[in-house]
Design a protein around this ligand. Sequence first.
Ligand code: ADP
Ligand code: MG
Length: 337
Amino acid sequence: MGEFELIRRYFLPLSPTTPQQVGVALGQGDDAALLNLPPGHQLAVSVDTLVAGVHFPAPNHDAVAYDPANDSPAHDSPADLGWRALAVAASDLAAMGADPQGFLLAITLPENDQPWLLSFSQGLAAASRAFALPLVGGDTTRGPLTLSLTVMGSLPAGTALTRGGAQVGDLILVSGPLGAAGEALKWLHGPKAHDEVQNEAVSTLLHRYWHPQPRLALGQWLRGKATAAIDISDGLAADLAHLLTASGVGGLIETARLPMLPALLKLAGDAAIDLALTAGDDYELCFTLPGNTRWLAAAEAQGCVQIGEIESSPGLRLATTRGVRNFSPKGYDHFGQ
Ligand code: ADP
Ligand code: MG
């Protein structure tokens, strides 16, 4: 099977099909895709690259789809990877408040492994449907397994949520529980001894790692309400620090308010708070609302939790039972020392 047959078989089915996707005037198959933007709209565009062995465990050809009844919690099915790759990329659209428009997939494959491609494309298709984000084109090459996804969304001009607008007195919120994906990574990197009770918790956390839910609807709802927003890919503290710097303000987080899943508390114990602060991969949103907001209750009804407040003094501070201290986050840095 050649390159074009491979594209036709596995990636053409993810083309736009429904009338809601009329924004795509021309999809896969020509030299470029054509997208229509509604009048007065801006294009939000972002690219994310995932490299096997760096961003996800290198494929294990003995792995089967994860079965919680199975004794081993390690799972890395290509379908999970397909979901996660698009979810991670779409999370940047959520953080901008954009309406999904379409995505491009540049895929580098070591071999034409049909069972792998079938499973991968099924996971990718499930995410593409779930996020209303059709595949409009891409590039297929041979080499070490690498995925590069470019996502595009549209926004009424001037309404994008950026990192730069937080004001002193604003409330800091997150859209859901933190730290779970970080703990899951430990279980992925090396099977540990675990009992049956732990098994359920491990499977919950692995699901958080492999099936992140980009907060697209929340991001759209936050347009005209949030003063700043960022998605949490590298860890709450590191990503919030970017938002604080871009806004020229500081922030205080009350650690007792950090939302965490019971499964994380069960497996990580005292380390859970540290994971909630510093572990990445959860793809929740962190955003700020004006202090006198009437939207707090509506945000809470959507699963958001207030974790702190914007202050004038630069930097990030933590309020714990032992008082307030400065916190310098170290997010993941590919070229860091
Ligand atoms: P060109 O040589 O003009 O750059 P290609 O031969 O790379 O075109 O691709 C042919 C068509 O197939 C294009 O429309 C491209 O967008 C699409 N395509 C290639 N690879 C993928 C992929 N992985 N996913 C979706 N569409 C793809
Ligand atoms: Mg061409």
